[in-house]
Every structure is written in structure tokens, then in C-alpha cells.
Design a protein around this ligand. Structure first.
Ligand code: HXC
Ligand code: NAP
Length: 299
């Protein structure tokens, strides 16, 4: 991403301090880059310390500024608290939070175990809430204004067949956004959400389109705009929602999906035609990707 990809004036985010969960990879990394280019100090967290360090180093080499990787498992409330203590000690309150970390995989719902449900819900539903809660307590105690964005999916409107734990968890965050916008609005804390359509990332494709490369354009025919999302498009929307000049916008969930869900698409309903063998093969590929990533975790 370059400054020319962004629609905002240079330095727009100077003085802003943003935490992006899951910011070491994929969409989180792209939003981190957009904030950094515009002058924000950026904190990124995840469970793979090496991935975070590499991303932070690459982004700072490309754009200067400050990106700090914090190894933290957001399933653990005490770990979140410790991470936020370190961030607050490193220059004061955050001004923005992006709840972006997630876990997901396609599966027939009847094939899920309780552990499989928890593996997703504990990251997306509980983890995102705990990060928001711990930040919120600090902002309220200090009388600070702040902006929270949660990265959802259009399944919060359409439902998410074959991704039910994710769709349920994201729907919970959608209601968190609406509820806390009203409850914390008088304290100057805004909450909005972004519901992206397909933006090809390795993490999502390995678990939702196993065996297909992120370059594959097999599903774009069902997207009215005829293409997948471009990363700076998401970066621009996130910066808009984070910035104090959008203060009157709160409690909103904004889709960025090329019109896919309005055209009846955007979820995995078409997988109802899959055979048992296709599900077995997909699960083996997904679990291979899970294992590969798990081996790099440092927390
Ligand atoms: C059924 C599965 C499964 C599968 C795992 N499980 N994969 N069940 N089908 N394909 C089951 C396991 O058998 C186990 O249950 C349980 O889930 C936990 O598995 P673990 O591998 O031990 O989990 P864990 O190490 O906690 O890893 C969590 C994870 C993993 C969610 C499974 O994928 C992860 O860490 N993901 C993070 C990154 C990610 O998912 N990114 C994609 C986001 S994309 P049993 O009972 O057998 O022990 C996204 C896009 C949305 O959200 C929108 C797109 C348009
Ligand atoms: P991704 O690269 O796999 O991103 C997920 C990130 O979450 C990883 O960096 C992962 O890092 C982190 N994470 C997972 N569990 C965590 C935990 N317990 N604690 C801390 N961090 C954790 O996939 P992505 O496609 O960029 O997805 C990013 C977000 O966009 C997700 O919320 C996803 O649902 C949403 N989304 C994506 C698309 C798309 O098309 N790509 C569409 C709609 C919505 P570690 O494994 O190192 O912890």
C-alpha cells in the first residue's frame, strides 16, 4: 500500500494510537498499514510473536513510524489486561481499537464438536468482547474519547450456513456494537462495525476455500462489482470510522462487499451440494493449515 492508495491527507492520523487485534496478518495488517501511513502509532497483537515482529519490522521499513507487536491470546482476559497495561505505559491511552482477530473454518454444523464451537466463539465472541471491555473500563475511568471498530461479515444479515459458530459470534458483536454505541456514547466512546465481503487472505482462504489459491477468481461472478475487495478500500473505511472527525457516526455496521449480499450471495450456502468425501478432504486440508499456524504460536 502507498500513500496514493489512501483518500486522506498525509498526517491525518497523527497522534492517534490504535490497537488492531490479529494485526500481524491479512486484513488486520492492511488496516495497520493504512493507519501507519497516515501517522498513527499502531499496536498489533496475535499469538505468533515471530509473525508480529516480522510484520512490524516490514511496515516500519516501508513507511517509518511506530508499529509494536504484542504477543497476546485474546481468549485469556488476564493476558489482554497485561497487554493493555503495557500499551498504556508506552505513551498513554489508545484512541482506537479494531477487533479484527478471528478463527473460522467451513464445516457441516452436524460435524462440529463442542471444542470446535468453542475454538471459534472463544476468539471472536468472547475475546473481542473482553478486549473491548478492558479498553472501555480504562477510557471511562480516564474520561477519554475513543473509537472501536469490529470486523464482522455480511452473515450477520444473511446467516452463515456451514460457518455457523462464526456467524453466531459475529452477530453477537453486531449487537455489542449497537448496544454499547448507546450505552457508552455519552462518554464519548463510539462503536461501529465493518462487514467485508471477500478480500483474499491466506488465513481465510486456507479455512474457507481450502485448496484454492487467493488469486482464484472462481466466485466473483456472483459479486455485482465483478471482483473481490481491494485492501486499500478497507483501509480507507477503517480510517474514516476511527478518526474523530466522524464522531457523529456510531452504532453502524457498514458492508463493503461489492453488493454480494444484496445479490443473494456472500455465504457458503452453495456447499450443500458437497459429498461426504469433499467434506473429509476439506477438513484434512483445514486441519493441516491449523497445525502449521499453531506450531508458530508463542503464547
Ligand atoms: C470440523 C474442526 C475443523 C474442521 C478444527 N476442528 N477444524 N472441526 N471441521 N475443519 C475442530 C478440531 O477437531 C477440534 O475439536 C476443535 O475444532 C479445535 O481445533 P484446534 O485445531 O485444536 O483449535 P485451535 O488450535 O484452538 O485453533 C483455532 C482454529 C484455528 C479456529 C481452529 O483455525 C485458528 O486458530 N484460526 C485463526 C485464523 C483464522 O481462522 N483465520 C480465518 C479468519 S477468516 P475436537 O473436538 O476434535 O478436539 C474469516 C472470514 C469470514 O473469519 C468471511 C469470509 C467472507
Ligand atoms: P487472518 O489473516 O487469519 O487473520 C486472523 C488473525 O487473528 C490472525 O492474525 C491471528 O493471529 C489472529 N488471532 C486469531 N486468534 C487469536 C487469538 N486468540 N488472540 C489473538 N489473535 C488471534 O484472516 P483475515 O482474512 O485477515 O481475517 C481478519 C478478519 O476479517 C476476521 O475478523 C475475519 O472474520 C474478517 N473477515 C475476513 C474476510 C476475508 O475475505 N478475508 C471477509 C469478512 C470478514 P494468530 O494466529 O497469530 O493468533
Amino acid at each position: 500500500m502507498t500513500p496514493d492508495d489512501l483518500m486522506f491527507k498525509p498526517g491525518l492520523m497523527t497522534g492517534e494510537r490504535i490497537l488492531i487485534t490479529g494485526g500481524g496478518t491479512g486484513l488486520g495488517k492492511e488496516m495497520a498499514e493504512a493507519c501507519l501511513i497516515l501517522g498513527a502509532t499502531v499496536y498489533i497483537c496475535g499469538r505468533r510473536g515471530g509473525v508480529l515482529d516480522e510484520t512490524a519490522a516490514k511496515l516500519m521499513a516501508a513507511h517509518g513510524g511506530k508499529v509494536v507487536g504484542m504477543a497476546c491470546d485474546i481468549r485469556v482476559p488476564e493476558a489482554i489486561h497485561d497487554m493493555l497495561d503495557l500499551i498504556w505505559a508506552d505513551g498513554g491511552a489508545l484512541t482506537g481499537l479494531i477487533n479484527n482477530a478471528a478463527g473460522n473454518f467451513i464445516s457441516r454444523t452436524e460435524d462440529l464438536s463442542p471444542r470446535a464451537f468453542d475454538a471459534i466463539a472463544n476468539i471472536v465472541f468472547r475475546g473481542s468482547f473482553f478486549v473491548t471491555l478492558d479498553c472501555g473500563k480504562r477510557w471511562i475511568a480516564e474520561g477519554k474519547k475513543a473509537s472501536v471498530i469490529s470486523i464482522l461479515t455480511t452473515w450477520v444479515w444473511s446467516g452463515g450456513p456451514f460457518t455457523v459458530p462464526s456467524a453466531m459470534s459475529k452477530a453477537g458483536l453486531n449487537v455489542m456494537t449497537q448496544s454499547l454505541a448507546a450505552e457508552w456514547g455519552p462518554k464519548g466512546i463510539r462503536l461501529n462495525a465493518i462487514a467485508p465481503g471477500p478480500f483474499p487472505t491466506e488465513g481465510a482462504w486456507a479455512r474457507l476455500s481450502p485448496g484454492q489459491s487467493t488469486d482464484s477468481s472462481s466466485s466473483v461472478n456472483s459479486i455485482p462489482m465483478g471482483r473481490v475487495g481491494r485492501m486499500p478500500e478497507l483501509g480507507n473505511l477503517a480510517v474514516y470510522l476511527l478518526h474523530p472527525m466522524s464522531e457523529y457516526v456510531t452504532g453502524q455496521t457498514i458492508g463493503i462487499d461489492g453488493g454480494a449480499w444484496n445479490a443473494g450471495g456472500g455465504n457458503f450456502a452453495a456447499l450443500s451440494g458437497w459429498t461426504d468425501q469433499q467434506w473429509t478432504d476439506a477438513r484434512a486440508m483445514i486441519q493441516g493449515a491449523n497445525e502449521k499456524d499453531r506450531s508458530k504460536r508463542t503464547v
